[in-house]
Design a protein around this ligand. Structure first.
Ligand code: ADP
Length: 478
């Protein structure tokens, strides 16, 4: 093996230095006539290669250790273990052992640090709120997944003003970057759909490794704002719905006391209308009360079994007359093996009543309404985990049907495809909202299928209860 140039240089110097005391001794012996000049020169010539040979061996080992250390440091990724063979009795073996321990400790610290950074990055990456890191010149230096989804992957590397053009947000960013002050504001994005966010810009306590100096955090307020809006709309709608029959009543009372005071025929007619309006108000108040009662309990699903056969037969009996008035028939088909469901009988009666009532109202005169109840074969995803499977009740009418765009909104309070028609038929616009809330409370699913001109099918899936008539083995395990 060859020495490195540095060691070769050291070899010459060290050999000369090591040989110097012996050479001086030889010169002194020659001067004192103790030995001849020739002997001294020969002695020196013999000593030099010997010293150089011993030194060379040690320098070779040092070269090997240095090369191994450099290899370990240059290895990609974690620092590698030092690989060098040194004889145990060599004075350099202690250095090798210490260097090995040092690189091992270094590797452990590096790994732990990497794990910590990785864990921190994973948390930030998966936080559902969008987050952006900014450099001193407001260039985006980093974006978590939520931010990339919101602004697109190319926000990083661009100025924040290109991604977020909202003046208040830019002011907050400026305050964080220039004045080192955290600031909060709100913003609304209009495309692709309107979304509102609370935005906070905060200076970072330390400059990040990528030069980040501030953090912009967004928190979505859309759902909260929407529910605030819905609440306000609901109160406005409810008072509006009540105000109309109330002012009709007041108007008729005034007419009866004034201009129509002595008109018995008008009395009869007006009292009839007043009666209708009072009933309408009573229905509205009842429906509103039902809704708020159900909403109050929506988080606690019923645990007791309810007998659907009894419920369906009793609702049919209640509505048979109403259907008969339109020359319609309610046809009930119940599967013989119908299991009980987990439910509140009063609430389930209301679901079936509202659906059959709508089928009578919106079905064509002279047609029939098919009401069926059976075990559900194809469970909706939300019911895949129902321990005893599910039951599906469906109410099918032959009516005008509902256009596709209205279907997702039918269960909103006061949503009506044709307001005047619903009102003429005595509807409150709350029937399907009540159905939906009851079905939600029962952890069930409401499905609506409709073909314009043909009719609609409303299907209610409910988790089945354990059927005590059947042996336990028939129970499905989740
Ligand atoms: P309403 O009191 O107006 O009937 P609902 O909440 O029960 O209120 O229904 C909301 C709207 O859904 C109705 O106004 C009607 O436009 C539509 N709808 C409900 N059921 C049917 C049906 N079986 N056929 C056609 N349209 C229906």
């Amino acid at each position: 093996m060859k020495l490195s140039p540095k060691s070769r240089h050291s070899l010459l110097l060290a050999t000369a230095l090591l040989a110097a005391p012996a050479a001086l001794m030889l010169v002194a012996l020659v001067a004192l006539d103790q030995i001849g000049l020739l002997s001294a020169v020969l002695g020196l010539l013999a000593m030099l290669p010997l010293t150089a040979a011993i030194l060379r061996r040690h320098l070779l080992r040092i070269d090997r250790i240095e090369a191994a250390l450099n290899r370990a440091l240059d290895a990609p990724g974690d620092p590698a273990e030092i690989e060098v063979q040194i004889e145990d009795d060599s004075p350099l073996s202690g250095i090798v052992i210490a260097a090995k321990a040092l690189t091992r400790a270094h590797a452990t610290v590096t790994r732990k640090l990497a794990e910590r950074i990785e864990a921190g990055t994973t948390v930030i990456e998966n936080i559902p709120d969008p987050m952006l890191l900014l450099a001193a010149d407001a260039t985006v230096t980093g974006a978590n997944r939520a931010a990339r989804e919101l602004f697109g992957g190319n926000a990083v590397g661009r100025g924040i003003a290109i991604t977020l053009r909202h003046p208040d947000v830019l002011k907050a960013v400026d305050a964080a970057l220039s004045a080192g002050e955290g600031q909060a504001t709100e913003m609304t994005l209009l495309v692709p759909v309107e979304r509102s966010f609370a935005v906070r810009a905060e200076p970072l306590p330390e400059v990040g490794p990528d030069g980040s100096r501030a953090l912009v955090m967004l928190h979505e307020l859309t759902a909260m704002k929407r529910s605030e809006q819905m609440r306000a709309d609901f109160v406005a709608n409810a008072s509006h719905e009540l105000r109309t029959p109330l002012s009709t009543l007041v108007g008729f009372i005034e007419t009866l006391r004034g201009p129509a005071k002595d008109d018995p025929e008008a009395h009869e007619r007006f009292l009839e209308i007043m009666h209708e309006q009072s009933l309408r108000m009573a229905r509205l108040v009842n429906d509103l009360l039902s809704l708020s009662r159900i909403e109050l309990n929506e988080h606690t699903p019923p645990r007791q079994p309810a007998n659907l056969t009894r419920i369906l037969e009793s609702v049919k009996a209640t509505l048979d007359m109403q259907a008969g008035a339109k020359d319609m028939r309610i046809e009930l088909a119940l599967a013989p093996d119908l299991p009980p469901v987990l439910g509140e009988e009063d609430e389930l009666s209301q679901v079936v009543q509202n659906l059959i009532d709508n089928a009578v109202k919106y079905g064509r005169a002279g047609t029939h309404i098919a009401v069926t109840a059976k075990r559900a074969d194809n469970l909706p995803a939300a019911l895949h985990r129902a321990q005893y499977g599910a039951v599906v009740i469906s109410v099918q009418d032959q009516g005008e049907g509902i256009a596709r765009e209205h279907i997702p909104r039918l269960t909103e309070r006061f949503y009506r495809v044709d307001k005047a028609r619903s009102r003429d038929l005595g509807g409150t616009g709350l029937g399907l909202a009540i159905v939906k809330h009851i079905v939600n409370r029962h952890r069930g699913v409401l499905g609506i299928d409709s073909v314009v001109g043909k009719g609609s099918i409303f299907s209610v899936y409910l988790p089945a209860a354990r059927d005590l008539q059947q042996p336990e083995v028939t129970a499905r395990s989740a």
